[in-house]
Design a protein around this ligand. Structure first.
Ligand code: NAD
Ligand code: MG
Length: 384
């Protein structure tokens, strides 16, 4: 019996974080929880800590520190607070693998800290690669760190590449469900409210990624994520809408052969694959039945109506700090949409405006990304 894999979960109270804990709970002989971190949900963090008995927990919201500290007093669990503490705690020697499941730009600093200290990464926080893909992948290479994708599409590509890493990729097809507004026109989108956008047909996810899925920005972010994870050029990445979310993505090799990975839409599968790699662990997840899905369909994405996907390709092709601008503008836009401050279509306007306005830097370093993020948020908030 091998030693258990000791896991740190950054963002343990979120959609990915709680599903990762479901996977760990079901496989206590394979995994142990070393660190849990949360933004502000102290109640759930405490509950998780009592169940999984990690070495340490961090609550980013410092006002919640006394509550967490007091609740965990009787247990032998270290308690820290603040964003800096998340970036510090990932350096602990006892951690084998860090699952980055914080949402948004807020996940960047701790992911970089984990890579610097040589920890293997299960990467859910796609925004990290959108903002600073060049820097993060170069650092991972330098430190001998693998980035195991958690995003279902990227996990699919990764699973198709297993045993084929030496074979060049001709092209990949990222599948997209199309979200709740597939087939709708601009007149309809003009009127939609957050309640409608938050109802995703196939996946149950955090609020930010659910809005991104409705606006197709999620697929745009995933295109950029794929570029960095698999070392691809823009023309090697295609998006295809597949409303049933059964084919999770496809790799086309240089001989024309295509491999796809399939299964019911359940994030626990890609999470478990990333945590357990290179092993597949037996699971009782519901199995796909062809009879229940007599048709799997594919169609072109409508980038005229859903401009975010086109904007993401544009930012990726421009390179430099443009994807960082795209991401920050989108985070401001989504937050404003969730507060009913802007309409659905205005989100793309904000992103487009920021891409035009914020100063371009062709070879950004870490501090340039920090500055670009800050400046873009300032410019974007002026449009609200
Ligand atoms: P979520 O909102 O459900 O959870 C986010 C987690 O991060 C929570 O634990 C929260 O407390 C923590 N957090 C938020 N802001 C923070 C901050 N400023 N500092 C520290 N912690 C903070 O989000 P999610 O849906 O689980 O998504 C997490 C990441 O995984 C995102 O990058 C998302 O794009 C990616 N992802 C999610 C899914 C999914 O099915 N949910 C699928 C693919 C990729
Ligand atoms: Mg995805």
């Amino acid at each position: 019996m091998n030693k258990k894999k000791h896991i740190a979960i950054l963002g343990s109270t979120g959609s990915i974080g709680t599903q990762a804990l479901d996977v760990i709970r079901a496989n206590g002989n394979v995994f142990a929880v070393e660190v849990l971190t949360a933004g502000s949900n102290a109640d759930l963090l405490i509950k998780q800590a009592i169940e999984f008995n990690p070495n340490a927990v961090v609550i980013a919201d410092e006002t919640k520190y006394p509550q967490v500290k007091e609740a965990l007093q009787p247990h032998d669990i270290k308690v820290y607070a603040g964003t800096k503490a998340i970036a510090e705690v990932v350096e602990m020697d006892s951690i084998d693998l860090v699952l980055t499941a914080i949402v948004g730009y807020a996940g960047l600093e701790s992911t970089i800290a984990a890579i610097k200290s040589g920890k293997q990464i299960a990467l859910a926080n796609k925004e990290t690669l959108v903002v600073a893909g060049e820097l993060v992948t170069a650092l991972a290479k330098e430190k001998g760190v693998n980035l195991y994708p958690v995003d279902s599409e990227h996990s699919a590509i990764f699973q198709c590449l297993a045993g084929e890493f030496h074979n060049p990729i001709e092209k990949i097809y990222l599948t997209a469900s199309g979200g709740p507004f597939r087939g709708k026109d601009k007149a309809f989108l003009e009127t939609v409210k957050k309640e409608q956008a938050l109802k995703h047909p196939n996946w149950d996810m955090g609020a930010k990624i659910t809005i991104d899925s409705a606006s197709l920005m999620n697929k745009g972010l995933e295109v950029i994520e794929a570029k960095w994870l698999f070392g691809l050029k823009a023309e090697q990445i295609d998006v295809i809408v597949h409303p049933q979310s059964i084919v999770h993505s496809i790799v086309q090799f240089v001989d024309g052969s295509m491999k796809a990975q399939m299964g019911l839409p359940d994030m626990k599968l890609p999470i478990q694959y990333a945590l357990g790699y290179p092993d597949r662990i037996k699971s009782d997840f519901p199995r796909f039945s062809f009879i229940n899905y007599p048709q799997l369909t594919f169609e072109q994405a409508d980038t005229k109506t859903f401009r975010n996907l086109a904007l993401a390709f544009q930012a990726m092709n421009k390179g430099g700090n443009a994807p960082c601008v795209l991401n920050a503008a989108n985070e401001v836009a989504v937050e404003a949409f969730l507060k009913d401050k802007v309409g659905f279509l205005q989100m793309s306007d904000i992103v487009e405006q920021c891409l035009q306005t914020v100063a371009f830097i062709s070879k950004p370093g870490y501090t340039d990304y920090v500055e670009t993020d800050k400046e873009t948020r300032r410019v974007a908030s002026l449009m609200l």
